[in-house]
Design a protein. Structure first.
Length: 163
């Protein structure tokens, strides 16, 4: 068991663009018929509906939060939202430090993802924003949950070969 806050913060992908089947489900919770038809239209297989979905969701980078803000009569229950959202997927980064120089720590290099959408909203990267918000606590460095997966990268056999 967990709280909705924990699920939405740590386990569910709230920043991904909602797929058409999610819009179709959300339409059932619209009290305004125009809003209901709009969401149904974008979830249809008609070329015009697909084009509208492309423009309104994909090209404008609208996530589920943005959809709910922009369709004011849509009020789905939080438990159904949690059922609809996909699981938060791992973000993979390369280790940028040497295990010989830093045997007890791992360093990663990442670019902070932050951009303004066509609707004027600021979208932030999930993992890079999480990492950027970590602060040094006294003498100890911040700790984050990670896992290491085996790399497919191999250095060339000849040391003269440029990498």
């Amino acid at each position: 068991p967990t709280t909705y806050k924990t699920a939405l913060t740590h386990y569910l992908e709230i920043t991904a663009l909602p797929r058409t089947h999610i819009l179709k489900e959300l339409a059932e919770y619209c009290s305004d018929e125009k809003d209901k038809e709009f969401l149904r239209f974008m979830s249809s297989t008609a070329p015009e509906g697909k084009a509208k979905y492309q423009e309104w969701v994909q090209d404008s980078s609208r996530n589920i939060v943005h959809v709910l803000e922009d369709v004011p009569s849509c009020h789905p229950p939080i438990d159904h939202i949690c059922e609809l959202l996909p699981r938060l997927q791992p973000r993979y980064y390369s280790i940028s430090s040497s295990s010989k120089l830093y045997p007890t720590t791992v360093h990663v290099t990442a670019v902070l993802v932050k951009y303004v959408t066509k609707t004027g909203r600021t979208n932030n990267g999930v993992a890079t924003t999480f990492l950027a918000q970590k602060k040094v606590n006294g003498e100890s460095l911040p700790r984050v949950p990670i896992f290491i997966r085996k790399s497919q990268f191999r250095l060339p056999a000849k040391t003269e070969t440029p990498v």
